[in-house]
Design a protein around this ligand. Structure first.
Ligand code: ZN
Length: 320
């Protein structure tokens, strides 16, 4: 853990110093900038969002629904942190012999249904599921292992034990779950407009709020806004009806295309999170796929915002 943290911090410092030089007007060769970012990208923690979780759900639908859990092993010490048994019973005993009857995605949650129970995963920044054969070596930071009647193991891996797995009979008892807004693919343009009216502030921030619309985080908000040609820091109150319609269309198009791309690249390796295909997010300094201008960066760490100043004009830049 300590080593990993050091690595991330070193990457971040290198990135920050190049970024600071660039801000100060010092000439940083583009290739150096891109090289540093590519190095940095590999270790940056990014939250899984709707496209990744939708594909994970599809794979699990095929591979685990209908199987029975033969053994549920909470692996110490991290297992005790990530598993939250809201039934206050015996987690292992409750799941042993239980058959997975369905799996659903809601926002950035995955919901496994059993006859009288739910197991709900909120992977947050660092949680991943992995499908493995029983004999396969466990990845470091594996905190929960469900041995299935199919011979597979469904494992939960979480580098920083930030995610949570709730066992419950009542979905409303799960933090942040009951208040989720509609799914992007289930909302009409009229409903989207009406919901948007309740929010003020910058449009990117609104898109990432789960109670407005579920499943969109930092990465895909950048992608959607690029598709919509809207500056991420435009105020919602400044957007015209046409721009809101463009945003709605871009949301559907960007997420739909991403699901297909992730499906093609992820395959059965559900612990992966392919994102190299993104147009702007984490592409600082690279050419905009639409106009060729270099992609801009604002912010740092998990709240990086990338956009194209040419295609997405306007907006006051935060902190600059
Ligand atoms: Zn552009």
């Amino acid at each position: 853990m300590g080593h990993r943290l050091t690595l991330i911090n070193t990457d971040f410092l290198i990135f920050l110093s190049v970024f600071t030089l660039a801000l100060a007007g010092t000439q940083v060769p583009g290739s150096v900038f891109i090289g540093v970012q590519n190095y940095f990208r590999s270790s940056l923690i990014q939250m899984p969002e709707l496209p990744e979780l939708e594909v994970v759900r599809d794979v699990l639908q095929r591979r685990v629904v209908g199987t029975t859990i033969e053994r549920a092993e909470i692996v110490p010490p991290g297992g005790a942190i990530v598993v939250r048994d809201l039934t206050h019973g015996n987690f292992g005993a409750a799941l042993t012999g239980a058959t997975i009857s369905a799996i659903a995605r809601r926002g950035k949650f995955l919901v496994f249904s059993f006859a009288t129970l739910y197991l709900i995963l909120n992977p947050k920044l660092t949680g991943r599921l992995q499908l493995a054969a029983r004999g396969d070596k466990r990845m470091a930071k594996t905190h929960l292992v469900l041995a299935l009647s199919s011979g597979d193991e469904l494992r939960y891996v979480d580098q920083k034990t930030m995610g949570q797995l709730y066992l419950t009979r009542d979905l409303t008892a799960v933090p942040d779950f009951a208040g989720l807004g509609p799914e992007p693919f289930d909302i009409s343009l009229d409903e989207f407009r009406a919901r948007l009216q309740k929010y003020r502030g910058e449009i990117k921030g609104i898109l990432t709020r789960g109670e407005f619309i579920a499943g969109i985080g930092n990465a895909y908000a950048d992608e959607i806004l690029w598709h919509a040609r809207l500056h991420p820091y435009r105020k919602r109150t400044q957007l015209t009806p046409d721009e809101i319609a463009r945003l709605y269309d871009a949301m559907q198009r960007a997420l739909c295309a991403a699901v297909e791309q992730v499906r093609a690249e992820m395959g059965e390796q559900i612990h992966l999170k392919p994102r190299d295909f993104l147009a702007v997010h984490l592409k600082t300094g690279e050419p905009c796929p639409r106009c060729g201008a270099p992609i801009s960066l604002v912010g740092a760490n998990q709240r990086i915002t990338n956009f194209c100043r040419t295609c997405q004009p306007g907006g006051l830049i935060k902190g600059m």
